[in-house]
Ligand binder design. Structure first.
Ligand SMILES: [Zn+2]
Length: 164
């Protein structure tokens, strides 16, 4: 779940469209039409963000020990391959600081579980897209292409990367 956080980018999840039966516009039908308008979409976005924030607050509030707890993402320095967890706080943006160098060189990773990378616990990879390199990203271990929300072979669908 956490691995999905960084890709807030440019995908919009469409709400599932309920099947409409019968003639007259039902309530759900009218709600759907409302959410299809720009104002409706803004409202829906605010509702979803509010629900996420509230849910996150409750969740982290429940497990936290007093201090603020933020969602964490796995980030890597593609040069040094240093890995660490980055808390996603308001105002924190990629690239994140590599504490070993003090430079902003850490980016969220995708994991390759293709080929030998699967049995080896997954290989963390920074997408070329983040580095302004206009070429497909390939895994440094097995050369498989790595994409946003990188798909995994089914047997590794729920595998936890070995470096976590
Ligand atoms: Zn690989």
């Amino acid at each position: 779940m956490m691995s999905r956080m960084p890709s807030l980018s440019d995908e919009t999840d469409e709400a599932p469209s309920g099947a409409s039966r019968g003639g007259g516009a039902s309530l759900s039908e009218r709600v759907r039409h409302f959410f299809a308008t720009p104002a409706g979409k803004a409202t829906l976005g605010a509702l979803v963000l509010g629900a996420l924030a509230f849910g996150g607050y409750r969740f982290f509030g429940a497990v936290g020990s007093g201090g603020a707890e933020w969602p964490r993402i796995r980030v890597m320095d593609p040069e040094t391959r240093d890995l660490r967890w980055q808390e996603v706080k308001p105002g924190e943006r990629m690239p994140y600081v590599n504490p070993k160098t003090g430079e902003r060189t850490m980016y969220v990773v995708e994991y390759c579980f293709d080929n030998a990378c699967g049995p080896n616990g997954g290989t963390p990879v920074v997408l070329n897209n983040y580095l302004n390199i206009d070429e497909p990203t390939t895994c440094p271990e097995c050369s498989a292409e790595v994409r946003p929300h990188n798909p995994r072979p089914q047997q590794y669908a729920n595998a936890q990367p070995a470096d976590w």
